[in-house]
Design a binder for this molecule. Sequence first.
Ligand SMILES: Cc1cc2nc3c(=O)[nH]c(=O)nc-3n(C[C@H](O)[C@H](O)[C@H](O)COP(=O)(O)OP(=O)(O)OC[C@H]3O[C@@H](n4cnc5c(N)ncnc54)[C@H](O)[C@@H]3O)c2cc1C
Length: 395
Amino acid sequence: MRAAAPDGPAAMAPEVAAEAAAIAGRHADSVDREARFPAEAFAALKEARLLGLMVPRDFGGGGGGLADVAAVAHALAQKCPSSGLIYAMHQIQVACLVRHGQDSAWHRGFLERLAGEQLLLASATTEAGIGGDVRSSACAVGEEPGGAFRLEKQATVISYGAEADAILVTARRGADSPPSDQVIVPVLRGQTQLEEIGGWDTLGMRGTRSVGYRLVAEAERAQILPLPYADISARTMLPVTHILWSSVWLGIATDAVARSAAFIRAEARKRPGTPPPGARRLAEATAGLQAMRGMVRGALARFEEAADDPDRLTALGFAVAMNTLKTEAAEMVVRIVGQAMLAGGLSAYRNDSPHSLGRHLRDAHSAPLMINNDRILGNTANLLLAHRDNGSLFG
Ligand SMILES: Cc1cc2nc3c(=O)[nH]c(=O)nc-3n(C[C@H](O)[C@H](O)[C@H](O)COP(=O)(O)OP(=O)(O)OC[C@H]3O[C@@H](n4cnc5c(N)ncnc54)[C@H](O)[C@@H]3O)c2cc1C
């Protein structure tokens, strides 16, 4: 594997990502069958220094932007959606640290370690009794002597928790804080005990190994990101999450359409002059894919335009756009894979065919419930009570 750093890593990212994606693809079936972490893909990504792609060069990282990272997640997801999603979830945490950690000595040091050692970051937002309401926590950061803290969280889902070098955990600011007064803190592997409280035998996204844990961390208060989580969420975590998840789902849809197109072309070659009956469904799936691609690109451009302007990032219209991206992209991937399945017929339905879409279909169904669409639509509905769309072509 070639390395993407140190000379022009962001520019080289597509080439090295394609190599990592090819490795991910070779192991995708066993990752899915055994519900195991895609170790081979992540060894390749680390070797290519793509885990630190978004870390600024001053800290030894690749100096890439969100578009570079979205392209890598998209490339991986076409071959192994679990690898694409893990890469996306890692980079969401990196984005929070890069955008909100540079004014603090601890976090600057951590960014250097992240890039130097290619650390893998996981996330613990979901909590027992609270589910996917990320803007609420039950657990709290408990004050200990000597600038330390202790934190205990019943984290019902932490993807690749066992493999992560650090986990970003949301919690109430203190024992007396209300559920929405949250902070986010990276805790390192050596500072954290993880006791399994649930398994991961799911329909899809099996390689994410999103096991439930009782998480107990003892660490320094200096590790808590200085900005309140409410601001980090609005300015970075929510938009970056929805853009990167959508890029992963776009990768699933892209490969599904490519597989059904290969099937239709093979059928057409068998009977020249007679269009295969599934060709119309392929056209339908292709139209959906084009719309989805435009939507993801549009959201990415919108984020990049607003990225340095906290007022624009916290405007109601921006929140509506980013919420809508998630709910819509999650429905589109399920629909497009379904259309591609109709185009491919039994050849797509079989598990033992080169045109199989079984894994695509199973993985796609995680999208609407990964922070449930109903929960996000309810949130958007509340925002719409106060926000009026300006009717402009460019939002
Ligand atoms: C592949 C995968 C990987 C994941 N990885 C992680 C991870 O690494 N870290 C992490 O913290 N989490 C992770 N999650 C969890 C995920 O982000 C969501 O938090 C979780 O899927 C929500 O779980 P739930 O559906 O049980 O709970 P809830 O969100 O509580 O939803 C339960 C049900 O109640 C409904 N509901 C609840 N509230 C409302 C409302 N206000 N309006 C309408 N309906 C509502 C929902 O629609 C749903 O039907 C992952 C999930 C998946 C699928």
